[in-house]
Design a protein around this ligand. Structure first.
Ligand SMILES: Cc1cc2nc3c(=O)[nH]c(=O)nc-3n(C[C@H](O)[C@H](O)[C@H](O)COP(=O)(O)OP(=O)(O)OC[C@H]3O[C@@H](n4cnc5c(N)ncnc54)[C@H](O)[C@@H]3O)c2cc1C
Length: 309
């Protein structure tokens, strides 16, 4: 990889933020799987991001964006190129479109979803109670159209600011983003910088109690404290992947250091030394058993990045 331009950027202080070389992705994914990425950057501001993106574009170096890595399966051989995370883009501000009945918030891509949910319960902003308990950052949640218990990110998004691979900032409206179940259609190479979201105004104690209710339902039904990438497969129409995997007798199935969760069958748990190869094998085995028992072909929800060994 020709890193001349990038070195110049880092050395000439055209970049503010953190830089890591040969950084294991396993330290940046909730599943704790993934080999090293050549360069990992955490820009502090849009200008630093733009300088990296434009240099990478000139030098033909691939750029991969991630948030908190809670929906990622990264190859054991890692990722070539530059991994960018906007974890330092953490501002939340009230915008002037807010009114008596609703509030429009500008939320940076690096804001943890949990921080947004907590802010909403404190001020009585309604509409995201059901998203409580989903880990990860707002950028990842927007890209994935994350959701649960009937609410998806698309329901609260007004517009999204992106940076394209030329380093230009563009504002896109919700209706232009092709959101559907765990899908969005951003222009290729888009890096989500922030989202404007609209929430209702309610009594803080009502928002608090609905949020608590969701959290306790999730704690009872999902393995939240263990190393996983959330749901491995998307739910097919009119059924859930978890029910189908359970019905196919896959709970507790193992491959290397990975196990199909006994709490929720659509979660694979890394009990210590699992590899991406183990994950891929377990996925295939579970898919085959579900196909055999129900005739349904499960499709992955986790995003798979980089090279397997
Ligand atoms: C225990 C557990 C429970 C979960 N529960 C749920 C749930 O109930 N509902 C649900 O929907 N999900 C759930 N998830 C999955 C995951 O938390 C969500 O998809 C989350 O929104 C991903 O955010 P992230 O920052 O971790 O994204 P990452 O995993 O880092 O990235 C996910 C995808 O988004 C892209 N991306 C990330 N940031 C950006 C950006 N700034 N610009 C452009 N693209 C970007 C990445 O390239 C990748 O394709 C769960 C995961 C775990 C581990």
């Amino acid at each position: 990889m020709n890193e001349t331009d990038l070195k110049e950027i880092f050395e000439k202080e055209l970049f503010r933020g953190e830089i890591k070389f040969d950084e294991p992705m396993s330290e940046h994914t909730s599943l704790k799987i993934g080999g090293p990425v050549d360069i990992m950057v955490f820009p502090e501001d849009p200008v630093s991001l733009k300088n990296v993106v434009c240099a990478a574009n000139r030098e033909n170096i691939p750029v991969f964006v991630f948030g908190s890595g809670t929906n990622l399966l990264v190859g054991d051989d890692g990722v070539r190129g530059i991994a960018v995370s906007l974890k330092l883009f953490r501002s939340i501000e009230t915008t002037k479109e807010s009114s008596e009945n609703h509030v429009v918030l500008y939320v940076g891509a690096g804001v943890p979803l949990a921080m947004l949910v907590n802010l909403a319960r404190k001020y009585g902003y309604s509409g995201i109670e059901s998203l409580a308990g989903i880990p990860g950052c707002v950028g990842g949640a927007v890209y994935m159209n994350a959701g649960s218990y009937g609410t998806e990110m698309k329901d609260i998004i007004v517009s999204v600011a992106i940076m394209n691979s030329q380093g230009e900032i563009i504002i896109l409206k919700e209706e232009d983003l092709g959101f559907s179940y765990r899908e969005s259609h951003f222009p290729e190479g888009s890096i989500i910088l922030s989202a404007n979201i609209m929430l209702g105004k309610d009594d803080p104690s009502a928002v608090e109690s609905r949020t608590r209710e969701i959290l306790s339902r999730k704690k009872a039904s999902q393995p939240l404290g263990e190393s996983s990438a959330g749901c491995v497969f998307k739910n097919p129409d009119n059924d859930t992947a978890g029910r189908l995997i359970d019905a196919a007798g896959c709970k507790g199935m193992r491959k290397g250091g990975l196990e199909v969760s006994r709490v929720h069958a659509n979660y694979f748990i890394n009990s210590g030394h699992a590899t991406c190869r183990d994950f891929a094998h377990l996925m295939e085995a579970v898919k085959a058993k579900v196909k055999e028992s129900s005739g349904i072909e499960l499709m992955p929800e986790v995003k798979i990045i980089g090279n397997e060994k």
